[in-house]
Design a protein. Sequence first.
Length: 221
Amino acid sequence: MSAALRGQSGLPFSLLIHAYSNLSFRAAASQSGYEPGAKVQLTATLAESGVPEENPAFVWAEIAAPGNQSFQITLSRTEQGTYSGSFVANQVGVYRARVRAAGSTLRGFPYRREQTVTAAVWVGGNSQGGPGSGPGDKLCDFLKCVFGEKGVVSKQAEELLRKLGFDPTSLRHCLAECGQRRIPLTERAVSAPVQPAATQLTTALSPALLSVLDRLTGKSG
């Protein structure tokens, strides 16, 4: 380096190198469910030139859990070139598993491979369509906002609605059931059997009010 160039600051840069290797590594995650308490199964495969790796490798997963928590599990070799391990997703949120492998090829060259996979659980995750996605959930949210204990309807308005054939008490029982459906079965409070929400809703509302609610929710009467 010439004296003229000494002392001059260089420009920052990044370097990306694409290289081919005949050693392939694949990781995957599967779940027993999508609610808290679901089991997450991690699997990893190693192959050299398309053939399952013969030399045993050390395979592990570094897992970033919700709440800034982290832990590590070891994947056991189940058959030639295949490794498996699992953990339980107890908290709501996304789990990121950095699956890694270290070993040596048939020719004795050391290697390291890694791949990141994700899993997620949420309250009501096992319900068809996901949480809060059905039209019934949206209607319950709307009614709870209007007629809930802290809703926009005043006591005076309640008395007027009762005279029109509207029963706010029955409707609130229906809204309570809607809220229970979003809580995992293992965490729900034990109570007496509740009348189906659809039946309660029909009982609580008069035909005239049902027609108004249909218009508010975009349904044709």
